[in-house]
Design a protein around this ligand. Structure first.
Ligand SMILES: Nc1ncnc2c1ncn2[C@@H]1O[C@H](COP(=O)(O)OP(=O)(O)O)[C@@H](O)[C@H]1O
Ligand SMILES: [Mg+2]
Length: 165
């Protein structure tokens, strides 16, 4: 879907039928990302949020051995790639205040970190409006649908470049 006023894209739907294709998608998105963007990930448990974060981080040149969904860590930083990444998993957070207490705001407003937030719906109220939202849906054991939507001009520009690539 295109926003007719500025020609930028507000929604993009892509499909993957293997982890390799998910890796390719992560690579493509990584290639057009700029520092300071927030990506809000949603989708059921096991849909592939963490797997996509790993694909994206690999595309940025991060050593992905550390990229996973640990049971007790709410935030991980990866600073060895092209853009520094703050990876949050809010699944076990009690509320937005706890999200703020771990220092999330500092990264969201840094203008420097790429913020990747799993279960983003739980903290949506404090996320920037101009964020890239991604909902992942499992359609078969190895198949996933990735629905991207842009909340403002900056994320729409990224989405347009992803669609072009
Ligand atoms: N095409 C695919 N893309 C992404 N993940 C896939 C795909 N096919 C199978 N998977 C598997 O789906 C699971 C997704 O798990 P995970 O990323 O931890 O989910 P979430 O973080 O959403 O709870 C992983 O075990 C991954 O290997
Ligand atoms: Mg996860």
């Amino acid at each position: 879907m295109r926003d007719c006023r500025n020609g930028r894209r507000s929604i993009l739907i892509l499909k993957s039928s293997s982890e390799e294709q998910t890796d390719q998608l992560g690579q493509k998105l990584a290639a057009v990302l700029t520092p300071g963007l927030t990506i809000a990930l949603s989708g059921e448990l096991g849909s592939g949020k963490t797997r996509f974060v790993r694909a994206l981080c690999a595309g940025l040149g991060v050593d992905t051995d550390r990229v996973n969904s640990p049971t007790f860590v709410l935030m991980q930083l990866y600073t060895d790639g092209r853009i520094p990444v703050a990876h949050f998993d809010t699944y076990r957070l009690a509320d937005v205040e706890e999200f703020l207490a771990i220092g999330a705001d500092e990264f969201l407003q840094s203008g420097e970190y790429l913020c990747l937030i799993e279960w983003a719906d739980r903290v949506a109220e404090i996320l920037p409006n101009d964020r890239l939202s991604l909902t992942i849906t499992q359609t078969a054991p190895l198949c996933r649908t990735f629905t991207f939507s842009a909340g403002g001009p900056r994320s729409a520009t990224i989405l347009s470049e992803l669609a072009r690539g």
